[in-house]
Write a protein that binds this ligand. Structure first.
Ligand code: BTN
Length: 140
């Protein structure tokens, strides 16, 4: 089974720590580098129990409230654990909903993507999304 567990960082500098139970249940903590909130926020989610095509689908949710703050907002991430070249990557799409006044509700939900890797973004090199092929030998 592909291993989602452990610490990951996204391109914004946010950190996520995931614990994966044998039944695929996810528990962990999120530390966002942007937005209204700082500090540790609980997360929970679910991963597929068996991986397929060398990948594993999962989702998790953070309500942006802890003992210090309540941002009155929730983010859900849906994504895939997979490899790009040799590297483990989480490719995710998120929806962030903030509670707004009725007249502003049309602004309440944002969508975006986050890519998570095992190292902080300061250490990132471009993902190797293609494989170089040897030059074909000349014929004739
Ligand atoms: C808020 O500002 O309402 C709470 C913090 C939201 C942080 C968002 S969630 C999606 C994106 N990915 C991150 O790592 N942080 C931002």
């Amino acid at each position: 089974m592909k291993n989602l567990a452990g610490t990951w960082y996204n391109e914004l500098g946010s950190r996520v720590e995931l614990v994966i139970k044998p039944d695929g249940h996810i528990e962990g903590h999120y530390y966002t580098a942007v937005g209204g909130s700082s500090g540790e926020f609980h997360l929970s989610g679910q991963a597929d129990v068996h991986s397929r095509h060398n990948s594993r689908s999962f989702g998790f949710v953070v309500a942006w409230t802890n003992s210090m703050v309540n941002e009155h907002s929730v983010t859900v991430w849906s994504g895939l654990y997979h490899h790009v070249g040799e590297e483990e990557v989480l490719s995710t799409t998120w929806l962030l909903t903030r509670e707004t006044a009725t007249a502003e509700q049309w602004t309440s939900t944002m969508i975006g993507t986050n890519t998570f890797r095992r190292t902080p973004p300061e250490q990132w090199t471009p993902l190797q999304t293609w494989k170089s092929e040897p030059m074909p030998s000349p014929v004739g």
